[in-house]
Design a binder for this molecule. Structure first.
Ligand code: MOS
Length: 753
């Protein structure tokens, strides 16, 4: 079986390599000094403010709105309601592809979830719009809300995630369980989680006839353009989106949301530019969230500690009006080498907004259950959890049998456990205390995330002044994507970094695909790389075909591009600058385009994933039950690292979210009203600096030549997947109590101390 090498391939050692350097963010200083202009910082002349009035019930209909009172308020210009709004070309619940999600645009008086928009007040000031919205004083005909996983009939969805089968059987799980010496079956519950990027969804929309220009955060321009074009009956080219900076996205800005479209409608209604910014609590409904889940994992192990069966069943939720089913069980397809694997999903429809993409949708949710269950199985066999994983991790993708980078996973286990000091760990729980008497526990988890790639395009330009330009409609959610893309551009163009300009972040540039699925660096990066190669080929032809060039006739030998010069590959004493080549040809500039897409031949033969291992230490106060994570060490292998500083940030951020998943985040839903009780950053807990312990993310070098020519995998989502389980397992090791619902709280532990 061919293994993917960990050694440095010679192709890595490029001339003048910018790739691999820990450059800081280009726009970092602008951001911290407040000079970076986010969507809501825009104030076109004559702009009005729109405020959404949202439903305070989760199910029913709006019986009345006091529009007259709102309109009578000083400064209020108009009130958009189901009976007073611009006409749309398409019903907002029409759906003609799985990536088209239903939105609520005041199409009727029905309330489908709490925080659904029921009207939009447009005014001269934000204060007037806010006051106008309060004066609407809605009355409702309310029906009982279906708020939790048992509140409605369950069914097997037609698909989970985006088009994945809901049920998957590989081998005979029941037979595998029957022959097992040890069997465990455990059920885990995870709560709904809601999106809390620092920047809420915001839009400044401006119409000029049937042309629309918008400032709004977006993780994907073309999807947004297509959606908006369909709704308003205009051509996608008529929609200009500017999204140079995002204050986080995490999937919530992947698809254009209902409130953003309401901002466009409001601008159309009043014929002026309109700004609409969601308040924090208004994020808890219309912009996607992570579904709650109840997951049952069954594992069989033979007398030698080898898995005989693995079954993972997940119950998840969607809304009453759209389909997105978190593919929580599917993580069991990729991690452990069981001869029999069964995964299945069932779903209920709740009176909530539609759950959608949230960082590692499916993988994160499923991983905390699977990694907890693997830990339970290891203990059932009396085995150390690392030894158990080393015995059972998959050398090839278990279901397809395709090879993947299992060597990298082994290296992650080895380096992270060494760094953490795992060998000193007592097997039995409840054995360790620190000098202050706190109970100490160590746990681990395996991390995995698919290495995806979408389609992208870039345009490269070389100019006769020795500078280069790279254009691609890539998004930077704040993770430093553009910094990495500039590094790839510099290498692709054979120019020093300070000679290269990257243009990105607007929809009029070549389509770079969606910044999601941890696939943006591979997708946009490969488009940039290919565009660079194409323009260099053009430049080289100008030289090698020209008798006056020192490179004349070098066609077969080939040339190398470096620091603005082309060198003959077999004789570097013969070279010529880009400036001289272009000037002699009488060209101000030359350009070329490059495209990227995953390679179907490679995909047919190889499984593509990033891998990792995370080790956690927790301390539990024996009197108060308070849980502190004191150490987290992760090691991740995700192909080629473009910028180690940014990659490390992504790993650390993912690990922090893993901690959040295990110990903090919990959208508490009132079963009577269907409202979220903690829809704000005071009560919806996320880790703050004081919660974040000593953390380390080790980057494991990996050369995977099959994913794409640059060997790039994704780093944005994998960090969350191993970390949540590692922390849960550490809590068990500290206390001897296995908590199977998340987040783990003080009151779960108090009787175990
Ligand atoms: Mo991510 S949930 O693919 O933005």
């Amino acid at each position: 079986m061919p293994e993917i090498s960990l050694t440095r391939n010679p192709a890595y050692a490029r001339h003048g390599s910018n790739i691999g350097q820990p450059n800081t963010r280009h726009e970092g200083a602008m951001k911290v000094t407040g000079k970076a202009r986010y969507a809501a910082d825009n104030h076109p002349a004559g702009m009005l403010y729109a405020v959404i009035a949202v439903s305070t019930v989760a199910r029913g209909r709006v019986a009345s709105l006091d529009v007259a009172a709102a309109k009578a308020h000083a400064g209020v210009v108009d009130v958009m309601t189901p009976t007073h709004k611009p006409a749309l070309a398409m019903h907002p619940h029409e759906k003609n592809n799985p990536f088209m999600f239903r939105v609520d645009l005041l199409q009727d008086d029905q309330v489908r979830y709490a925080n659904q928009a029921i009207a939009v007040v447009i005014a001269q000031t934000l204060e007037a719009a806010t006051e106008g919205a309060a004066l609407l004083a809605p009355r409702y005909e309310t029906e009982p809300a279906r708020a939790d996983l048992d509140a409605n009939e369950s069914f097997v969805p037609a698909a989970v995630g985006v088009g994945a089968p809901a049920v998957h059987n590989h081998g005979d799980v029941e037979a595998g369980l029957a022959q097992a010496v040890q069997r465990i079956e455990a059920t885990y519950e995870t709560p709904a989680q809601y999106h809390n990027p620092i920047e809420p969804h915001a839009i400044v929309a401006n119409w000029d006839g049937d042309k629309l220009s918008i400032d709004t955060p977006s993780q994907g321009f073309v999807f947004a353009q297509m959606r908006i074009a369909g709704l308003f009956g205009i051509s996608p080219e008529n929609i200009h989106i500017r999204s140079p900076y995002l204050g986080g996205g995490f999937g919530s800005k992947g698809m254009i949301s209902g409130p953003q479209i309401l901002g466009m409608m409001a601008a159309k209604l009043v014929g002026k530019p309109v700004k609409l910014v969601l308040r924090r609590e208004q994020m808890y409904g219309p912009v996607g969230h992570r579904s709650p889940s109840r997951q049952t994992v069954r594992i069989g192990v033979d007398g030698t500690g080898v898995l005989t069966a693995l079954s993972h069943h997940a119950k998840v939720a969607s809304s009453t009006f759209d389909d997105f089913f978190e593919p929580a069980a599917d993580v069991a397809h990729t991690l452990y080498a069981s001869p029999a694997i069964a995964t299945s999903h069932e779903a209920v429809r709740l009176d909530t907004g539609t759950p959608l993409f949230m960082r590692a949708p499916g993988e994160a949710t499923g991983s905390i259950a699977l990694e907890s269950a693997i830990d339970e199985a290891a203990y059932a066999c009396g085995m150390d959890p690392l030894a158990f994983r080393l015995k059972n991790y998959a050398e090839v993708e278990p279901i397809s049998g395709k090879p993947f980078s299992s060597k990298a996973l082994r290296e992650c286990y080895a380096q992270a456990s060494e760094r953490f000091g795992w060998a000193k760990r007592p097997l039995a729980p409840g054995q360790m205390r620190d000098e202050a008497g706190f109970r100490v526990g160590w746990g681990m988890g395996t991390a995995v995330f698919p290495a995806l790639m979408f389609q992208g395009e870039a345009r490269a330009v070389l100019r006769d002044d020795g500078t280069g330009l790279m254009e691609t409609g890539a998004e930077d959610m704040g993770q430093g994507a553009w910094t990495a893309f500039t590094q790839i551009s510099a290498d692709g163009l054979g120019l020093d970094l300070d000679r290269v300009e990257l243009r990105a972040g607007t929809s009029d540039l070549p389509d770079a695909g969606i910044a999601g699925g941890s696939a943006h660096t591979a997708t946009a990066g490969m488009a940039i790389h290919n565009a660079g190669a194409a323009v260099i080929a053009k430049l080289a032809a100008l030289a090698t075909d020209d008798k006056r060039s020192p490179l004349f006739g070098a066609g077969n030998a080939g040339v190398v591009a470096r620091s603005g010069r082309l060198f003959r590959r077999d004789d570097e004493s013969r070279s010529e600058s880009y400036v001289d080549i272009l000037t002699r040809a009488g060209l101000k500039e030359i350009e070329a385009r490059g495209k990227s897409a995953s390679d179907p031949a490679a995909q047919a033969n190889y499984a593509m994933h990033a891998h990792g291992a995370v080790f956690a230490e927790v301390k539990v106060d024996p009197d108060l039950g308070q849980i502190r994570v004191t150490r987290l060490v992760g090691a991740f292998a995700a192909g080629r690292v473009i910028n180690p500083r940014m990659v490390q940030s992504q790993y650390l951020g993912g690990m922090i979210w893993g901690m959040s998943f295990a110990l903090h985040e919990h959208a508490i839903i009132d079963r009577r009203s269907g409202r979220i009780l903690n829809a704000d950053l005071a009560e919806y807990h996320v880790p703050v600096n004081a919660d974040v312990p000593a953390m380390e993310a080790l980057m494991i070098e990996e050369y995977d030549p099959y994913v794409n020519a640059l060997g790039i995998k994704g780093v944005g989502e994998i960090g969350i997947t191993g970390s949540a389980g590692a922390i849960a397992n550490a809590v068990w090791h500290a206390t001897g109590k296995r908590v199977r619902h998340f987040p783990i709280k003080i009151d779960d532990l108090i009787d175990a101390l």
